[in-house]
Design a protein around this ligand. Sequence first.
Ligand code: PHE
Length: 339
Amino acid sequence: MNRAELETLKAEALEQVGAAETADALEAVRIHYLGRKGLLPQIMKILKDVAPEERAAFGQGANALKLELTDALDKRSLVLHGTQSMGVNVPAFDTTLPGRWMPRGSIHPVSQVIEEAVRIFATLGFTVAEGPDVENGYRNFEALNTPDYHPSLDDKDTFWLGDGLLLRTQTSPVQIRVMEQNPPPVRIVTPGRCYRRDTTDATHSANFHQIEGLYVDRQVSLADLKGTLAHFARQMMGPEVKVRFRPHFFPFTEPSVECDFTCHVCKGSGCRVCKQSGWIEIAGAGMVDPRVFRKVGYDPEAVSGYAFGMGIERIAMIRFGIPDIRMLYDNDVRFLKQF
Ligand code: PHE
């Protein structure tokens, strides 16, 4: 036998593999060529009789035959396995098998509340503005009419980073950014992370989220603010929720209020969650102080505006009945997947 005959043999063998229509027929081909008493072992046996100058080439040819044939047998076997298990000539795919389980993620409750809040305010014409977590003291405090002797500037309350930079303690500096960049009217909401040196407990976290709102135009009034927050409350918590304003103080709004929603648990009659008051504090708000307008170059005689800021975690906790803020940050997937 010589090299050329080997090639002919290979071509024949591959043809037979392709022609095999059943697994049994394919197995017969395999045994005929590669079986213990098959053709290939016999060829290997005569290798020593081949003329020395041809031996290497012949050996390589025999090896190639073995490899190619094995590969062709495997591939043909896969095809035949499919057609035979189904009994008909279709690919190896059983549509009656149960599907494979794909792990599915879920949206974090904090993100859900942010998305929902943005959606609600968008229906009222608010667009989304964002600012960085690292702010300077000017935008976080001074431009917001918060003097440098104010306690919130203290190292006890604020994470100062050096060079007058800090981790913003509220989303209110975004108000300044937006007004510095845009002439009135302005109608924005700004969701984002805030940082305070609070000791963590069931209702406090050093890192939390707020959504801020700012509306500046001609003749904006406190009644507009109240109507907007009442509408938001009903959309977010359900049609039966009521809101109330309590007088308060913020350096950057005058007058300032705190806004409460009726307790979602007792509907206002008083329970443990609302500490028997029937109300839950949701937002700080008020009419933008003229001094803030002057800082950003707005004319307080020409425009007025309201601003509000609310805690996202607070809303998520009452909306989903989550008793402890820390659960939102433990990253326990079993917990987070429930919402
Ligand atoms: N920035 C205030 C806070 O964090 C909330 C607020 C926003 C109050 C806008 C008034 C107007 O408590």
